[in-house]
Design a protein around this ligand. Structure first.
Ligand code: ZN
Length: 312
């Protein structure tokens, strides 16, 4: 075959066609192999996390009926080392591990009022209503707000209310970007509350609730990791819908709580002590009187209360 002959060009074209078929074929095989490898890795990770979560949930359920069984008795749940950790983030912040017993009970006909995102300049007014009515409540606080209102945070603690961790920045894009990012924000808030009040928080509330559009890719891992460290989280089953500050009348706040609470005997009520939410304070007064008249007890949350959670 001579270079430049008809036959040469025929073969050149043929070789070109073969390459056109072979190159995509080889690429498809290689990419397919890489995809399967990655998928297996992701599945294994998810299985490990789910297995761990199941173990924790079973321990929690067992603990309800048997007070001798506590979370800390489950082998390997606490303070892993680099060798025993299933995930690298488990060795972060060893001071966030606790071996406190986790025994939870259900008390019916109980209302737990909870206030998120404070403290703010409105919080003293909330504290005043609670004090006048002799009611204990729960404050899921923001670290940035605690820096701004340290005295109010201390006043919450001194009045005997429960302080829970909400977040430091409340920036969904940051905190839900990875488990490590969430833990970093959580630890910052934990340490600040401890520093300012001397009380180590034991409960928390995820910004936006445990399952939301931002947390969705990692919430199973977050729930597993923080439960393993002994923290209890609370979503809610009744809401004032006052997250957007200053737009509702107090009658609307009361109605939102009552309609979302209808038919339930154990209420974890989501409210916000945002600066402009004066109607929430007025509504709180009405709600306290209303639920008392209906025979409910009004209490603060703690880690012995069986949580209301979105994820079952
Ligand atoms: Zn919030």
């Amino acid at each position: 075959m001579k270079f430049g002959s008809v036959q040469f060009y025929k073969r050149l074209i043929l070789a070109g066609y073969l390459l056109l078929i072979l190159v995509p074929l080889v690429a498809a095989v290689v990419l397919g192999f890489l995809y399967v490898q990655q998928k297996n890795r992701a599945d294994a990770l998810q299985d490990a996390t789910l297995a761990e979560l199941t173990q924790i949930l079973q321990a929690t359920q067992a603990a309800e009926g048997d007070t001798s069984l506590v979370l800390s008795n489950i082998d390997g749940l606490l303070s892993p080392t680099n060798e025993t950790a299933s995930f690298p983030y488990q060795v972060l912040y060893p001071h966030l591990y606790s071996n406190r017993p986790l025994v939870q009970t259900v008390e019916n006909n109980t209302v737990y009022f909870t206030f998120d995102d404070g403290p703010t300049s409105l919080t003293p007014a909330v504290l005043e209503v609670l004090q006048e009515q002799n009611v204990q409540a729960t404050f899921f606080v923001s670290g940035e707000q605690c820096r701004q209102y340290p005295d109010t945070l201390r006043a919450i603690a001194e009045a005997g209310h429960t302080i829970g961790i909400h977040t430091y920045t409340h920036d969904y894009d940051i905190i839900y970007s990875s488990v490590e990012a969430y833990l970093s924000d959580f630890e910052k808030t934990y340490s600040l509350i401890l520093e300012l009040t001397g009380v180590a928080p034991e409960i928390f509330r995820f910004p936006g609730g445990s399952v939301n559009a931002h947390s969705q890719p990692i919430y199973i891992q977050l729930v597993a990791e923080l439960s393993r460290r002994g923290f209890v989280y609370f979503d809610w089953n009744a809401s004032a819908q006052d997250a957007v500050a200053g737009v509702l009348s107090s009658a609307e706040v009361v109605n939102n709580v009552q309609s979302s609470a209808a038919g339930q005997t154990r209420l974890v009520v989501l409210m916000h002590d945002h600066t402009e939410n004066t109607s929430t304070v007025t509504a709180l007064q009405t709600l306290i009187e209303d639920y008392r008249e209906r025979g409910f007890q009004l209490k603060a949350l703690d880690n012995t209360v069986e949580p209301i959670v979105f994820y079952q």
